[in-house]
Design a protein around this ligand. Sequence first.
Ligand code: C2E
Ligand code: MG
Ligand code: MG
Length: 651
Amino acid sequence: MEGNWISIFDISFKCQILAALAVLILIIDFFRSGRLPLRSTKLFGCFLIVCLFNLFTDMVSVYTVYNFRNIDPTLNRLIHMMFYCSIELMPLTLFLYVFYLFGAQKRFSKPQRLLCAVPFVLAAVGSSLTPIYYISDEQGAYSYGPALTILYSAIAVYIIGIYVIMFKRKCSSFHNDIVNDVKRARITIAVSLGIWIVVAIIQFFNKYMLISSIGTCLMALYIYLCFENPKRYADVEIDTLNRSAFHVMVPEMLARKKPFWLVSFTIDDNEQISKSMGYDQMKIILRTAVERLRVVMPKSRFFHSRTNTLSVFVTSSDQFEALLKTAGSSNFDVAYGSSTFTPQYHITVMECPKYAATPDEIYEMLDYVLSHHHKHENGRVIYIDENTVKDKNYRKQVLALLTKAVQEKAFNVVYQPIYSAEEKRFASAEALVRLQDCGELGFISPEVFIPMAEEQGLVADIGSIVFEKVCSFAAENRLWEKGVNYIEVNLSGMQSVDPSLPAQLTSVMQKYGIEPKFINLEITETASIDGGELLDANMKRLRSLGCHFSMDDFGTGYSNLAQMAKVRFELIKLDKSLIWPAFGENPDEPMVILRSCIKMILQLGSHIVAEGVETKEQADFLTESGVNYLQGYYFSKPVPGDEFLAKINAV
Ligand code: C2E
Ligand code: MG
Ligand code: MG
């Protein structure tokens, strides 16, 4: 029997030693790595220390319970009380950890803080006033009694609290990183607590089996490896913290309720650098930038927050000024092959919470500035201010309206008559889309919402709505019988390369009985240069049916003349930016360009539409120069369908 007693004691003790060693290694690793300064991370650190304390008191209490007859009862009780407290501290620290983790680092209010401590205090007082009984016989040793029952009740309260918090938090965030983190944390903590509970149940039914140390160690290990390992936030290549770390740190900074600046360094021409030099070169540029910035802010943490962006949180105004001074005047030159490469960059400064008070507002603002920053001089500092916020919110509202308008097909189409210089009458018209908000936004220019629709993948839907309205209007009024030769319809760049375009247009034309030759499709100069083979195939197919094409906005793109000669548009639309300067303050050179363009296009065999004709002088000159069609406010603004009908009937 003596042998059995010793072997069970031996096994428990070995388990405890191993568990304590494992947790000690975790603690050393955890405190040595560059952790994020988050409340939840600090609490996880506390939790690890509590686990170690628990394993230590467990070891001592196992020893004293085996030898309780030879040990001073007060000392034994004291050691057991410490052991019980340490057990209870584990779910308490875990509860606090979960509260911060799932509450986006929000702080506790005073009543909440008091409420958290209530089960712990009650259990500590209750178990210190009630008896503990000890068993030590040939099968082994353990303790029991009402003190333990009170302890279990308090633990149950915390565990229920943990599950409630975890499953109450909804996964709705602007960033997938955070949504995935919440899901991952929930699974990790649920599983680790599950392990702990299973071990506790085994021990409850097998009183001599003192294996709680294994449960504690496994729980700590599991959370550490799956979720709290600080290394998962490291961007080793650039020697910064990664994007997930940034998204976790933002709520923490806001929860501190102290103003801060979020300063971001963005390398311009991201795509060109990655395309021509490879993404590795971008990493080298960023690493070099971090090294230089660290000289000014040696203690700050830098985040690789977007592909080509580094961000840092600054809390003191001295540091802020020093950083901007250095960053604005330094260059981030890097070696490239045998020479050096000077990347262009800009700096965005966002004062929080003044201009962005929630994590999603911060991300939206950052993305907004990144995608709407137009290159200026190198090292330019962009301060986010009321106007940026207004502009961003305007775009957000427009986007919401746009999405709704697509669903409800709430776009209107207006027609701008096109004057034939030869026939001296309106011979055609351009269909232009209109979006009107009944609320504060009012009229929204297609120049604003068409590019947004392209970004959001909505432009094809708008194109179909417009095309259907045009065909329906033309069919209803039998426009071809009223002297309208054709209607010009704009195609966006994305639409023009969509392989399903010919089939779509054909089915709508058939539905309304419109002959393809009545439709002239406008493709912008830039889209026609970028379109490649997909555009060629679409044009070929639609041409074979009878549709015609115009090159829109000639003069605004790169004027790829070789391409223009090859594709052969039936109509070329001269952009107003080519026409207006020829009638402006310094008309000489612009006039030469305008004349030459007209001559060249006519010689290539295309017809010309002049856009933006606003004066008689312009109209007369263009007519004399051989321009075939004139479009502009001088003749008519874009008007609703019925007004257009009235205009053509009047001529
Ligand atoms: P665009 O195709 O070059 O259309 C001509 C633009 O110039 C129209 O602006 C028209 O109102 C304006 N305009 C015409 N004559 C004059 C003038 O004499 N003076 C001035 N200042 N402006 C004049 P709008 O309607 O705002 O359209 C802007 C652009 O939005 C269009 O340029 C076109 O690129 C795009 N867009 C319009 N409707 C559609 C559409 O249904 N689909 C697509 N994809 N794009 C469209
Ligand atoms: Mg157009
Ligand atoms: Mg145009």
